[in-house]
Design a protein around this ligand. Sequence first.
Ligand SMILES: Cc1cc2nc3c(=O)[nH]c(=O)nc-3n(C[C@H](O)[C@H](O)[C@H](O)COP(=O)(O)O)c2cc1C
Length: 415
Amino acid sequence: MNMQPLEEFSSTSKIPLSVASANSEMPFGIDEMFFSKTDKRGVIDAFNSVFLRVSGFGAEELHGAPHKILRHHDMPQAVFWLLWNGLQNGHPVGAYVKNKTKNGKFYWVFALAAPVENGYFSVRIKPSSDLYLQVVELYKEIRTAELSENLTAEESARRLLLRLAEMGFPNYSWFQSTAFCTEFEARQNAMKLPTMPDVVNTQKVSQLTSDLQHELNALAVEFDSAEILTANMKIFAAKLDQGRATINEIAKNYDLMLRDIQYHLKTLLTPPRASGIWASPEEKKANFMLCGYHLLDEVVQGYIRENAQHGAEELHQIDMLRSGYKAQSDSAVDDCVKSALTVRRRIDFLLRMVLGLSTIRIACRVEAGSLSKSAQGLDTIIGRLDSFHDTIEARMVKIQDLVTNILQCIGKSEH
Ligand SMILES: Cc1cc2nc3c(=O)[nH]c(=O)nc-3n(C[C@H](O)[C@H](O)[C@H](O)COP(=O)(O)O)c2cc1C
């Protein structure tokens, strides 16, 4: 069937578009799932029965029609800019979408769209989480800005990304991974299905990995803040008549070792994790791909039921996508294990260096003891050094515990 513009579909509809229907929602079940396949231009060439029923179009109307026949006026063009940007750069894209049926009703979906050979494949589920409700409000705000400020699709996408960052999602990839897993889990709960252990585990790994990164950053900040203590020690030494050279030497040695530790620690801090719209940390990628794999598994089962006699080509493509997502999720999990083991090795090494640092601190205390009254100010500095050591040692133990928990979650307890 040839592509037809949206206007034709509206004018041929038997049901007039009315305010009443535009404001009413087209119902569908939480257990239902729609999918469609398009060519590279977004022209529909395959779909399932749920897609057909909910959209309200006839099969002959959908075949060969552009996907935008479902476009709802409330949808920010920012979302479609991101959708196409991701797909054309080879990334799967997850997005909340408000669609319009043939007779003007609306329905919301969470859609996963992905590049396949000769086009794109998309699968949609009913969103039901709290995040979805927040996104509905966010879309209203972005759409209003688009219209009132006359923003281009790209400008509007930048605005959307900024707002997502304010909500705690450093980039779109991060957001879509969280949204997909949240909707996947909410749907499982609503359908009273047991939670999937692998999904729960990768989510735990994701949380632990972000806690680990937070602790490593906090540790680096602690080390940076210790620089002032050695600077103070040197200033204090300069005022001393007796013991000046020794205290100065101790401060210098402490300072040198501190900088060495800071250098090694920096290698553990991952480079800015949020650079680029589609950059994704391994743990987020693992989550996204795993939910994709499970959803596609459901699509495959549904496809076999619906198209027992035909559609072998599409089925093959979905099946390839499904196994590809599983492989990518597994490999992302392996990378998480590798990173966790690197952190463990380096923190063990740093703990030994901190032991050396501690020896210098003790030498400082012994020297201060021999200086009697003139070294009273030094006690305060040594007291601060003591609490610095308590803090960093506690943080390093916490880091090792987080690594252990990550490895346990993945089932690789000790290496
Ligand atoms: C696989 C795939 C699925 C799509 N699904 C939808 C959809 O459900 N609803 C929609 O409005 N647009 C969908 N689009 C995007 C449309 O092609 C189009 O970009 C969008 O409706 C905005 O149209 P406009 O850019 O002409 O305003 C999809 C595109 C692809 C490639």
